[in-house]
Design a protein around this ligand. Structure first.
Ligand code: 5AD
Length: 444
């Protein structure tokens, strides 16, 4: 690497919010070592692609981005890290573009690996030994500034082994970060100007397990964060519906700093499919949970992930799933076409569904999702929301998220990123919610 100029590094992140957090940490490590972070489309000395392997499409996109990185600058060092790098190291070794392969628990060594490669040009694979996966990487990332919302990882790995899912193999067993470390990181983020923290993990409803103090849980952690940090808004990432406690619902109902949103991945609305997936609930339990949440927090946004075309899903099963998803009236749905992941039980189940049927089912599900999203938004028109402004659209227009995760456009003078403003929802334009500012001077 040319040491005369400031070395540059560019990141591309695929997949989930946990990966976003992992990238933020790696960016901070590079910055600490004197690198400047640049856009992925710029010429950089190092490209890091933080990959995903949740479906075969994620694999493909990961490979595409690695090739694109090498195309941006053929001289650059190209690093593949994350879940796809972990599970498919052998496959990636065959890609000439890739110089370094770094597994899910070796991210803290990324700078060291790059500097070593700059010296010896030896392609390397850094994968953890199985036992090392218990180590919890504790790396703060408050030095990456210029953002309004930060993903904070409180937990890593998963022991659930849902039959379709590769993630427990890619990220290892469940382990939790200590409450104190989490609070320290959030205090650092507040000091760096962040206004919203999103708690993430692979199975955050199981937060606390594996800690010395096994009495810790997600609700207790949220309470401590509200008490011991000045973070203006706290959002909880994807969570199993059956792990939502009454105390957590109560906190969301009564504390305005708790975001009024829960992402509860349903995966299927058919009991037979849920059982084959080895999910820890049936539709009756899910329905009951959602009703209890809405009874206490009526305007809450409940969002979900749903899968179509799981092995053995008949037309009838799919219709049941569709009807249940519609009944739940999610304010947003992420729709996944089931993808066979090598090594998972579902990959070898009989009655795999034809890709064309998966496509058709995904479309039908998307129509239900769109209808419910619009219905949720339209029911809130005329209501007052507090927005955290994120980015300008030009012409004085800005967009930001409300507590209940509405993405709203407002227009005004002197607006800036990271500022809270109050607005009244006035309607929808070009598929986007519009708001009118009430008092843009108010800071939180
Ligand atoms: N095929 C398709 N979607 C999957 N997901 C997890 N595994 C698979 C798979 N094999 C989806 C689930 C999960 C989301 C992150 O990815 O819906 O909630």
């Amino acid at each position: 690497m040319n040491k005369k100029h400031t070395p540059t590094v560019a990141f591309h992140t695929l997949g989930c919010k946990v990966n976003q957090h992992d990238t933020a940490i790696m960016a901070a490590l590079f910055q600490d070592s004197g690198y400047a972070v640049v856009d992925f489309h710029e010429v950089a000395d190092v490209y890091v692609v933080n990959t995903c392997t949740v479906t075969h499409l994620s694999d493909r996109k990961s490979r595409q981005m690695l090739r694109r990185a090498a195309g941006e600058n053929p001289e650059a060092i190209v690093v593949a890290c994350g879940c796809y790098a972990q599970t498919a190291a052998k496959e990636l070794e065959g890609l000439d573009e890739v110089d370094l392969i770094i597994g899910t628990n070796e991210r803290h060594r990324v700078v060291e690996a790059v500097e070593q490669f700059a010296k010896d040009h030896q392609r390397q694979i850094y994968l953890p030994e199985k036992n090392d996966l218990f180590y919890y990487e504790n790396l703060p990332h408050e030095r990456v500034s210029g953002m309004t919302r930060a993903y904070v990882k409180i937990q890593e790995g998963c022991n659930q082994f849902c039959t379709y899912c590769i993630i427990p193999y890619a990220r290892g067993p469940l382990r939790s970060r200590s409450e104190d470390d989490t609070i320290e990181e959030i205090n650092g983020l507040v000091a760096a100007g962040y206004k919203e923290v999103i708690l993430t993990g692979i199975h955050i409803g199981a937060y606390g397990r594996g800690l010395k103090d096994e009495t810790c849980d997600l609700t207790g952690l949220c309470r401590r964060i509200l008490d011991e940090t000045a973070i203006a808004r706290l959002r909880i990432g994807s969570l199993e519906g059956v792990e939502v406690t009454d105390d957590l619902i109560e906190m969301i109902a009564t504390n305005p700093r708790m975001a009024r949103q829960l992402h509860l991945p349903l995966q299927s609305g058919c009991d037979q499919t849920l059982a084959a997936m080895r999910r820890p609930y049936d539709t009756a339990a899910f329905r009951e949970m959602v009703a209890a949440i809405r009874a206490r927090v009526p305007d809450i946004a409940i969002t979900t992930d749903i899968m179509v075309g799981f092995p053995g899903e008949t037309d009838e099963d799919f219709q049941a799933s569709l009807a249940f998803a519609d009944e739940m009236a999610f304010s947003d749905m992420h729709i996944f076409k089931y993808s066979q992941r090598d090594g998972t039980p579902a990959a070898t189940m009989p009655n795999q569904v034809d890709p064309r049927i998966k496509d058709a089912r995904a479309k039908e599900m998307a129509a239900v999702a769109a209808r419910n999203k619009i219905a949720y938004e339209e029911a809130l028109i005329g209501r007052r929301v507090r927005l955290l402004l994120e980015e300008p659209l030009g012409d004085g227009r800005w967009v930001g998220h409300s507590s209940n995760y509405l993405y709203v456009t407002v227009t005004g003078e002197g607006l800036s990123s990271g500022r809270f403003v109050d607005a009244v929802l006035t309607g929808r334009q070009e598929g986007r919610l519009q708001g009118e500012l009430i008092n843009s001077d108010e800071e939180e």
